[in-house]
Write a protein that binds this ligand. Sequence first.
Ligand SMILES: NC(=O)c1ccc[n+]([C@@H]2O[C@H](COP(=O)([O-])OP(=O)(O)OC[C@H]3O[C@@H](n4cnc5c(N)ncnc54)[C@H](OP(=O)(O)O)[C@@H]3O)[C@@H](O)[C@H]2O)c1
Length: 289
Amino acid sequence: MTSKRILVTGSDGQLGNAIKSESLQYNSHIFFFKNKNQLDISNFSLLQNEIKKMKVDIIINCAAYTNVAQAEKEKQTANIVNNIAVENIAKICSKENIQLIHISTDFVFDGKKESPYKENDQTNPLNYYGFTKLEGEKRILEKKLKSSIIIRTSWLYSKQKNNFVYKIINKIKKNDRLNVVLDEFGSPTNSDNVASFILEILPYINNTKTEIYNFSNSGICSRIEFAEEIMSLFGESKVIEPIFSSSSDVIRPRFSALDLSKTKIKFAVDMIDWKTSLKSFFKKNKNLC
Ligand SMILES: NC(=O)c1ccc[n+]([C@@H]2O[C@H](COP(=O)([O-])OP(=O)(O)OC[C@H]3O[C@@H](n4cnc5c(N)ncnc54)[C@H](OP(=O)(O)O)[C@@H]3O)[C@@H](O)[C@H]2O)c1
């Protein structure tokens, strides 16, 4: 692939950071990693000026308001970041002929299906976070951006501290009670795998209007199975108390696994299964645990 100038927004987040590490293998490209302080995507004029100044060919938008429970209380902020700012990014991409890679979520679905969700399945978000992410998707799709894609992923974890893997490890370390939901099913996904997928497929994105692709690790489990696997890889065995999702602070889809076949066919990739990837995550991040 010819050398590209690539802007990664939200670069201090889980995925942004994973892309930063992965980018070291792509030294033919010029990357601009911008965290929230360096580039607030909700500031339209700043966004426009910075993008022009950097002369980017591709934007990978990893910036998002991702706190699902808090989004119910900070609706305006969640909507600005996940919807309005995304529309602004899409407008700039359309005007400047920039390729957009945007990240979305399994939470655009209501979880009532009993088999993995395909990209064109009916959306129906259950919470405000999911609603804002879906609105952001719609704003991008309206612009019919060429060679641009929306990647829906699920249950991300990384070496950053704010995710399910670290929450479980912290509870084990502190000897806290381990209450874990038993009736939510999905696919835990290693941010490193999403990052390498994104950078690997860049030369092969050639759609005439924006397309949605699912990407997650393969296989499906419940939150409790995920917690059990984390505990076993951490080398502990404590009692996990199963709880129902109805006791959670916010409603989440009961089942949100993603069907990976469209992505596998288009990009000739094979997804690593979640247990294998979690195992390699623990191996790679021994000191962090
Ligand atoms: N995490 C998951 O389980 C999950 C699952 C499915 C899909 N996704 C999607 O995957 C993408 C990446 O998620 P992630 O887990 O990497 O999220 P993350 O760790 O929360 O990272 C998002 C980053 O965006 C930053 N940000 C927030 N508002 C911003 C603004 N106005 N301007 C610029 N940056 C801003 C955040 O900064 P602050 O932290 O300082 O606010 C954070 O560094 C998101 O689109 C998310 O919706 C995530």
